[in-house]
Ligand binder design. Structure first.
Ligand SMILES: [Zn+2]
Length: 327
């Protein structure tokens, strides 16, 4: 669902404010480079710039998101908004030439034009040089928006012609809010948000049955370790099957790390930092010494390192559980 500038500014306060100020003052730059990690709202922001340029019912800086122009931009069908994406692995010279040709035409509806280049770092040297010439002769009514996750791979000559806006990783609580808006239960959303900064990846975690089960197994192991009873048996019985692949076990151990950190937060009285909020009763019932919890954290980190060294997964897991049990 399309967002308002108000919402985008909550995600990216600095970049959002710069852009909305320029829109209100009718002083958009000829070229922007939006740079930052995946999932931080760069493409949404680029489309929002286009909507702000073309919306027929804009109020202040907010496009209406409902008029014909806004809707065509959202669906990628606006004649004056041109999006270039890598064709295969790279963006080729021909694609930039096609863009220039398109922009040399006089518009039927308007002479304003916006073009967006996704993954701009994937332009071939020829494509980048062709674009550079285009950027050097800006037409007054053209706005370029380049997007990249790898700013260090963009030519200096291109950087020097763009206003650079940095997109920061989403704040955890904001990410959790967005996951909840998209239907994820709070318990899964708060766990997923700790494991990735990327909204789409976090959403896919929340949609996976495997992820929910993994979370439950982590809680159960924590419970079993607290009772100091059959945790080794529990791990052999349940964990080894569920976390059969290395990446899966990495994630299981990351979750275990989170729940042990939660135990520490409960003891330190920093309950607002607890990730497994739905397990507060369990967390409060386990009273390990702080020393024991800190060693537990280092045991888990060591186990994670061992996974990278090609040791047998069940062995790593069994050793870890024995060490956690002994304290
Ligand atoms: Zn509109």
């Amino acid at each position: 669902m399309a967002k308002t500038w108000e919402q985008l500014r909550m995600m990216q306060p600095i970049a959002g404010k710069m852009l909305t100020n320029s829109i209100v003052k009718q002083r958009l730059s000829h070229a922007y480079l939006l740079e930052g990690p995946k999932g931080t709202g760069k493409l949404e922001t680029a489309l929002q710039i286009a909507k702000s340029v073309f919306c027929s019912q804009r109020e202040g800086f907010e496009p209406c998101l409902a008029c014909n122009n806004c809707r065509r931009i959202e669906s990628g069908n606006h004649p004056n908004v041109y999006i270039v994406k890598p064709d295969g692995l790279s963006i080729k010279k021909q694609q930039i030439q096609d863009l220039q040709e398109e922009f040399s035409k006089t518009g039927l509806e308007s002479n304003k034009k916006v073009y967006i280049i996704e993954h701009a770092e994937r332009m071939t040297a020829n494509a980048a040089n062709t674009l550079l010439k285009f950027l050097e002769e800006p037409k007054s009514e053209t706005t370029a928006v380049l997007l990249t996750e790898q700013i260090q791979q963009i030519l200096d000559t291109i950087l020097s012609r763009c206003q650079i806006l940095t997109f920061l990783p989403l704040q955890k609580n904001l990410l959790i809010e967005q996951l909840k808006e998209r239907g994820a239960p709070l318990s899964l959303a708060s766990t997923a948000a700790q494991l990735t900064n990327n909204l789409e990846e976090a959403l896919s975690f929340c949609d996976e049955e495997w992820f929910a089960q993994a979370r439950t197994l982590v809680i159960k192991l924590c419970e079993a370790l607290g009772k100091e009873t059959s945790s080794l048996f529990f791990v052999q019985e349940k964990w080894i099957k569920h976390f059969a692949e290395k990446e899966q076990l990495q994630m299981g151990l990351d979750m275990l790390l989170l729940i042990y950190k939660d135990l520490l937060y409960v003891q330190l009285g920093e309950r607002e930092k607890v990730v497994f909020q739905d397990q507060r009763a369990l967390l409060e019932s386990l009273s390990y010494s702080q020393k024991r919890m800190i060693s537990a954290l280092s045991y888990i980190l060591e186990a994670k390192n061992k996974l990278n060294a090609n040791v047998s997964l069940p062995l790593v897991l069994e050793q870890l559980v024995l060490r956690l049990q002994e304290g």
